[in-house]
Write a new protein. Sequence first.
Length: 445
Amino acid sequence: MRVLLLGLNFAPELIGVGKYTGEFAAWLTERGHQVRVITAPPYYPEWQVGRGYSRCGYRREVVAGAATLRCPLWVPRQPTPAKRVLHLLSFAISSLPPTLWQALRWRPDVVWTVEPTALTAPTALLAARLAGARACLHVQDLELEAACELCMLRRGRLHRALRVGYGWLLRRFDLVSTISRRMRRELARTGLSAERLCRFPNWVDTGTIRPVDQPSQLRRALGFDADQVVVLYAGNMGEKQGLEGLAAVADRLAANPRIQFVLCGAGAIRPRLERLMAGRPNVHLLPLQPCERLNELLNLADIHVLPQRRGAASFALPSKLGGMLASGRPFVVQAEGGELARAADAGGIAVAPGDPASMADAILALATDTRRRQRLGQRGRRFAEGHLDRELIIASYVAKMAAAPAAAAVRRSRWQRLGQHLAARPPRVLVAPVGTPPAVPSRRR
């Protein structure tokens, strides 16, 4: 099967959408599928283009076994709401010509794109129609709802108009997937039929992320004693995480020097967090760790914490949850019911968002009860093995993708005839070096 992946974030980004899209591409190539990727230079979560990459110009490379084209991207230093829109729009524009070129000349069987950003969905849909391919959209984050929850967009006429347009676009895809049941129900409200809507949850490699018996080397390097309890947050440091609330939690537990907080990651609010946590002896900040040290980092924890702003967890299921469960360590999560709160039943404790006293009490209860920590950690590990294993999740989704009902078959065949005509006589504007694919065998799988 030939698969064209279009997405803003991709490997070697260590967390978030880029991590999962990179692992998805690697899984496909390892099993003999031909994969090409159109993406941006790595920049997340630091909001800074990675070393060795440029925000200007196109660049070809092979990543995760897939031929990859990096497109120009504008990355703001301070990602305000207006700048975020321009940032997303810059990739939607720069990725349009090479995506259509690949559709016309390479003729993929599937065009797969991921939200965020939804701005690339029209491009993916058009490319699929021109190639006669199945169009698949994976929704990692409901951007409109997240923008409203974080007060970036007001609920009003503009929001309603955008929802109508978004629903119209969704109904044109052959398969739409998302990561949680709550998000699936929200997408069903757009009128999308059940046969074209499925769950594709975030997974974890339970072979790589696993409990270790001996103390973490990172723990020794940081100078923690054997009897100290390490409370760890590891991941993106963005607005919706509500990490500022951990300062109040740390203050409430400052009288107990056995309890030490480690915050590891990068993101838009990292500088603000560093200023806020300065002078607190029980809080330690670490930079984002490389993939090969992830298991060591997660095993640093005696307790994981997963703070969330009130309302921000309504439509999202944090990707870091899988690693926390697979590490065999208990966790304390802030959640307002829903799937995130139910996930706490697998290996942790759920408390109310925006309530530092409740989070501090839950951490203290776990810190003073070693057996309970062990029991919750073992239960979480069993849940990860049974429900979040990477092989099971991706294999099931790829089967659905290959068998996706061709709901727009007639319309696609018309577009395909146009695509065949354009491929025979490609427009000059598309004959650009940046979109020229590397040589591949002409025989399709």
